[in-house]
Design a protein around this ligand. Sequence first.
Ligand code: KG4
Ligand code: ZN
Length: 357
Amino acid sequence: MKKKPIILGIESSCDETAVAIIKESDGNIPEILSNVVSSQVDVHKEFGGVVPELAARSHVEKIDLIAQKAIKQSGVKLEDVDAIAATAGPGLIVCLSVGLSFGKTIAASLNKPFIAVNHLEGHALSPKLNSIINYPYLLLLISGGHSQFLCVEGLGKYKRLGTTIDDAVGEAFDKTAKLLGIEFPGGPQIEVLAEKGDSTKFDLPKPIINKGGCNLSFAGLKTAILRITKNIKNEKDKYDLAASFQKTIEEILYKKSKVAFEEFKNINGDMGKKFVVAGGVAANKKIRKILTKLCNEENFDAIFPPISLCGDNAAMIALAGLEKFKKNQFDDLGFPAKPRWQLDESAAFLKGAGVKI
Ligand code: KG4
Ligand code: ZN
């Protein structure tokens, strides 16, 4: 019987140092043999955000140990690994360089193929770690640095339908949390606080909700929150603001996803009516709930990665590596770290001024 490929994946694009080993399986959903993630929350907490140089230093200090742990947990010998996949971008260049060099070194020393992975492709494929999904599908990628609607046509084949023109959704969660005095990273805490509040208390803006196709905007929302936080008097107000913010995000994503569904159908007809939601913010249960409701109304299948695989991890990098391995898509050891690397390379860079909406 032919040996099932085993891939070692490495992730270091921001503030998680992660190594995972996965194995192809008959059922088509690969087996995660190990998935070790070490978060740097404690390193950055006092600064209220990720400090690139500290993040890079922490990756350097930990990556070897994390890799050893992942190899030990997987029960496979390093020599049995068929290829090494590492995130090459997008992300912080000083951080990317650590995992990338580490991966290239292992590949060179074992004389095994090296695969450079786009971090966003890792998120895009992550639901394949628990579901069988055929192309095409509509993807909403919502993380700390990105918010995009993409038509996923195949491995490496993405057509961007919409993107944020300013902040990413996760960034909006984190900035709101900071304004409410919640420790970094505050996004997940907002979800918890929102449960205790009245979501109808504050009427927050929904920028470009009725224009700009399925492009998104959150900067105006942040400005409104800043204004309100100045008048916050007690804990109850804080919970109400968290609840109103959470609700507003849900409504924006519901409305814009509905527009994206139409655009997706214009391209694919009734084929592939699947809606995959991935990235750190996809861990938010109420966002999952409202987008599932939309899918039920519009006859799309709603697909999410397991909550534990929404945030940054190396299993998704190993998975993208495995898909490329099966297509003999290897990279040479000169592959550079790419701080900016869009999934749809033909799409215009839309952040900031000059955006057509
Ligand atoms: O995908 P990810 O781990 O890193 C990036 O690639 O950016 O996403 C991190 C983002 C952070 O902004 C974090 O606050 C947000 O995901 N996040 C959440 C939740 N869990 C993580 N936002 C809202 N609700 C959550 N439960
Ligand atoms: Zn990410």
